[in-house]
Design a protein around this ligand. Sequence first.
Ligand code: THU
Length: 141
Amino acid sequence: MLLQLATEVRTRAYAPYSRFQVGAAIRTASGATHVGCNVENVAYPEGTCAEAGAIAAMVAAGETRIAEILVIADSPAPVPPCGGCRQKIAEFAAPEVKVTLCTTDGQQKVMTVAELLPGVFTAAHMARTEPDAEPGAKADR
Ligand code: THU
């Protein structure tokens, strides 16, 4: 299911600069699925990853909990999410959530979110700070 969805959306990836097309598919706790592909830009850092696109689609559809995620690319080995996407996935997925890394020639590697991002930064690490009562109030300090 996720494999088929990610394979399909990958064909629509906009990757004229790297020519590396990536597809991602998410299943949420409700059973709904959301997909994304990488979208590059002539200003290279402005490109977005397939995982980020799938997460954006999930949030836009009103869901925030990833039950499972799969990523696919035409790669010699199962393609792992980049560092930024590991953090983005961890925002919406429990540590034990399955992440399936795939290649278009049929290789698969299954990992967990915790394996991909041990020692993840969470909101709990900000427990000793208090948000500004008036945002901008300390701007000139
Ligand atoms: N890319 C993804 O979309 N997801 C990954 O997990 C790895 C990398 C994209 C970003 C860029 O468009 C291209 O692949 C090459 O880095």
